[in-house]
Write a protein that binds this ligand. Structure first.
Ligand code: IPD
Ligand code: CA
Ligand code: CA
Length: 266
């Protein structure tokens, strides 16, 4: 059954409005507060999430919203659950580095149905609906054809808890430095995934990521012809705190590297 067209329209309206909020504060001395030792929040994060919650309450009062800033607790299951990261790449945003976006996903009956990611500085709007392909500013996009890990440009990220995490995450990073063409750490999980969907990057992995970081981008990669699973090759779960998203041909080679490092560190 095809998705109510008002959902995509709402995701896009909200993403563009969030982008206006981002632009109003970007490089304009936003208020910056620390949620943790290295975990920041700005007035752009708070205002964009508030705007989104108000919009959904007004248009779809029975829909549930899970957002990064207003509490991570998932409310009781609703048929429609929106997942928003009002600014993905907050550290970049706070430093005036133009690599951030808003990320919005919609789950219907527990299945990812819609993903919208908007980078307001480069004016790139990524959209995907389940079964309908992935688009960048309205044009279809596709993952890369890269077939060898040694030719692959990979990307990853690290959680704010990296100081307390097992050394294993750094070991996986080091292993890919030796196996791939190069590895990037851009600071926005949602853009990492959109760039895999658009064929600019060939594979992305991350541990301890949250549904608002990855839900929209995961659907974009899948709809752009890529492969998305957990790091253990289990079916992808947006709430499962881990992800491997690739162009497809690099999936098994990347799983192999991860498996090897995990075995060595067990
Ligand atoms: C972070 C970014 C980063 C990823 C972190 C996320 P935030 O989100 O997506 O790339 O490595 O795991 O927490 O805090 O900028 O919304
Ligand atoms: Ca995020
Ligand atoms: Ca965020």
């Amino acid at each position: 059954m095809s998705l109510d067209p008002r959902y995509l329209a709402t995701g896009v309206d909200a993403a563009l409005e969030a982008g206006r909020i981002h632009r109003r504060y970007f490089r304009q001395h936003p208020d910056i507060h620390k949620k943790g030792r290295i975990d920041l929040v700005t007035n752009a994060d708070l205002e964009a999430e508030r705007m989104f919650r108000d919009l959904i309450a007004q248009r779809f009062p029975d829909h549930v919203v899970v957002g990064e800033e207003a509490g991570a607790v998932a409310p009781p299951e609703g048929r429609c659950r929106w997942i928003i990261d009002p600014v993905d790449g907050t550290t970049n945003f706070a430093h005036g580095l133009a690599l951030f976006c808003v990320s919005i996903a919609l789950e219907v009956d527990g299945q990812l149905a819609l993903g919208v990611v908007y980078d307001p500085i480069n004016e790139e709007l990524f959209t995907a609906e389940r079964g309908e392909g992935a688009r960048l500013n309205g044009e279809p996009i596709h993952v890369s054809m890269c077939a060898e890990l040694v030719d692959g440009l990979l990307v990853t990220g690290f959680p704010y808890t990296i100081r307390e995490e097992r050394r294993r995450q750094v070991d996986v990073f080091a292993a890919f430095l030796h196996e791939a063409q190069a590895v990037r750490r851009l600071g926005s999980a949602a853009l990492d995934l959109c760039y895999v969907a658009a064929g600019r990057l060939d594979g992305y992995w991350e541990e301890r990521v949250f549904p608002w970081d990855i839900a929209a981008g995961a659907l974009l990669v899948a709809e752009a012809g890529g492969t998305v699973t957990g790091l253990d090759n289990q079916p992808f779960d947006p709430f499962g705190l881990q992800i491997l998203a690739t162009n497809g041909p690099l999936h098994e080679p990347m799983l192999e590297v991860i498996r090897r490092v995990h075995q060595e560190s067990a």
